[in-house]
Design a protein around this ligand. Sequence first.
Ligand code: PNS
Length: 171
Amino acid sequence: MVRKAVCPGSFDPVTNGHIDIVSRASQLFDEVVVAVGLNQSKARARLFTPEERMEMLEKVCAPYANVTIAGFEGLLTSFCEQNGIRAIVKGLRAVSDFDYELQMAQMNSSLAEVETVFIPTSPENSFLASSLVKEVAAFGGDVSGLVPPDVLTRLMQRLAERAAEGEERRS
Ligand code: PNS
């Protein structure tokens, strides 16, 4: 039996914390699908398009032979059922993550035959979140140790584009 897992998320953009969890999941399961949530609800708040987020993931996950990238719309449990996936892997950074993650895990297991497997993040990533990376970078902070080099380049480019658009709108 092939043991498959999904690592779901928004990945806007992928950080070193995500890569840590994906690489560790790739050692525990035969196949790991990194699944990018494409639901429209927060689409306007995203910095990167779904295609861009998936492209960055393709690149940074290339070293892991049993990891593939996919997009999904709708319920994560439907994606799991369609792809014969029984395990959802989530990284846990702190106790504060646990309440919401437990609620989602219980909801997901009530919807389909899936188990959620929590992997504690490495201590050096325990404060890491895509939203914070974007905010720190937007205000000129150094995030070079928090995302892969290619992602850093694209992040700085996109923030510069957004800043220029803002200037244009104000003038
Ligand atoms: O990186 P994020 O934003 O924490 O990822 C959240 C994601 C995409 C994993 C989550 O919102 C999700 O699973 N969305 C799919 C819709 C769904 O299944 N909702 C019910 C969750 S119990």
